[in-house]
Design a protein around this ligand. Structure first.
Ligand SMILES: Cc1cc2nc3c(=O)[nH]c(=O)nc-3n(C[C@H](O)[C@H](O)[C@H](O)COP(=O)(O)OP(=O)(O)OC[C@H]3O[C@@H](n4cnc5c(N)ncnc54)[C@H](O)[C@@H]3O)c2cc1C
Length: 419
């Protein structure tokens, strides 16, 4: 068994997938390690759906400009070919997504290792020499020139001793966790007719103490399946997603909320009379946990001022969408048509590390800034940029810290980045 690669990517969510594929496309020899049985990350493990908006329209001409990079568009094209995405290009089928991502990873030559959890990093002088992985045959050790942490939770960085932040600056509270679920047997026509009555009635039930879930309303999405709706409305607050006992408590409390919501809908809303809970996600959804402390920390002010950076490697425009970490309410700042901010390469570099990058929702930023770029299309974009950075480092024989960022930007522009 081969135990040395040019690049090891840990985590097979959108960030890790994109990092692995973009590096492999440039001729880098890549191993992607994922603790579960498929690619897709939160979309697969936490049943997160749909894709939030990944483009902006010119305020006058209305021309659409994509802000996600070409690799994400390649994924949506592949989904479309297999009828795995609705015409809105946002609601998708995660079973088809898993298949598409496997096929693309194979096509571009990424070596996949599933059912394997990275448990330890061996670090010397700011370089990760190897990672230890617990899998089906016990513990294995893999060596790499470069590594990318795409675990969402900055797990590899934490294992490597890098500094990180959790949640808000003032009290370390993270955005709430949500266990997503699906209801089957719904009469969608009746549901649509009665959609407007759901939230006012839900709030009345909350006021009477009949509903304990602190979320202010119900977030319900359509799916590609007849009679099936996707519900993203449980809300678990004040729990640390990196503490094993607190996340256990979160899963238990969320499961109670699933059935509380189900009972409310079934007993009160026309269209749900014959509904049943079809599935719950195998992992509670984590919006925010560890964020690395990088060479630069992206702030809310950077977002609001639509910051531009000399070392920009990504851009985003999804709203600053903060689900209240203490209970009811959601803070929402929407960017106008034609507006976006940039993300610098330095946000991917954990302070003091020479051969390690972070990608996806755990890059270096404040709680408020993370609330915007954390959506799947932009995590994919950040992964694509990270993988491409490794290709540049390989080409020039440089450390990830010392690459020619202009050269990276040139490659990314070819890949549809408007930096
Ligand atoms: C409830 C909820 C609703 C959301 N709604 C939307 C939405 O509607 N639209 C949208 O676009 N975005 C949404 N998001 C945000 C988005 O889903 C995530 O921020 C994004 O998917 C993160 O991608 P990622 O690749 O950084 O991490 P993840 O998708 O979390 O992937 C990380 C991967 O790393 C693996 N991993 C972790 N640790 C290890 C380890 N030690 N060893 C090996 N593997 C490991 C995990 O199994 C996982 O597959 C939502 C998030 C949540 C939680």
């Amino acid at each position: 068994m081969k135990n040395k690669y040019e690049l090891i990517v840990v985590g097979g969510g959108f960030a890790g997938f994109a990092a692995a594929v973009s590096a492999a496309k440039e001729g880098v020899d890549v191993l992607l390690i994922e603790r579960n049985n498929c690619l897709g990350g939160a979309a697969a493990n936490a049943l997160v759906m749909p894709f939030m908006k990944y483009w902006t329209n010119h305020p006058e001409t209305k021309e659409r400009k994509y802000l996600c990079g070409n690799l994400f568009l390649e994924i949506t094209d592949e989904l479309k070919k297999l009828s795995g995405i609705m015409s809105t290009m946002s609601d998708f089928d995660e079973e088809i997504l898993k298949l598409v991502l496997n096929r693309m990873a194979k096509k571009y030559g990424v070596t996949l290792l599933f059912h394997a959890t990275v448990t330890e990093a061996v670090v010397q002088d700011g370089k990760v020499e190897s990672v230890k992985v617990y899998g089906k045959s016990g513990t294995l050790e893999f060596y790499a020139d470069h590594l990318i942490d795409a675990t969402g939770d900055a797990e590899l960085c934490a294992l490597s001793g890098c500094e990180f932040k959790l949640g808000r600056e003032a009290d370390k509270l993270c955005q709430p966790m949500t266990l997503c679920f699906r209801l089957g047997g719904v009469n969608k026509t009746e549901f649509r007719k009665n959609r407007a009555m759901i939230d006012p009635l839900y709030r009345q039930f909350q006021e009477k103490g009949l509903i304990k879930n602190p979320r202010e309303n119900l977030l319900i999405f359509d799916t590609l399946n007849d009679g099936v709706l996707h519900i993203n409305s449980t809300r678990i607050i004040k729990k640390d997603p990196t503490d094993p006992f607190e996340i256990t408590e979160a899963e238990i409390e969320a499961r109670e909320q699933v059935f509380e919501l189900y009972g409310f809908l079934k007993d009160n809303i026309p269209g749900f009379e014959h509904a049943r809970v079809l599935s719950t996600a195998m992992h509670i959804g984590i919006r925010e946990s560890r964020k690395i402390v990088g060479e630069y920390v992206l702030t809310e002010q950077d977002l609001l001022s639509l910051a531009r950076f000399d070392d920009a490697i990504a851009h985003a425009n999804y709203a600053i969408d903060i689900h209240n970490p203490e209970g009811c309410g959601t803070h929402w700042h929407e960017f106008k048509s034609g507006e976006w901010y940039e993300i610098p390469y330095r946000c991917l570099i954990p302070k003091g590390m020479k051969n390690l990058l972070a990608a996806g929702r755990c890059i270096s930023s404040t709680h408020e800034a993370q609330a915007s770029y954390r959506i799947m299309p932009f995590c994919c974009e950040l992964g694509q940029a990270a993988g491409c950075a490794v290709a540049v480092a390989k080409e020039d024989g440089k450390s990830l810290h010392g690459i020619d960022v202009k050269k990276l930007q040139k490659k990314l522009r070819v890949e549809g980045f408007v930096i």
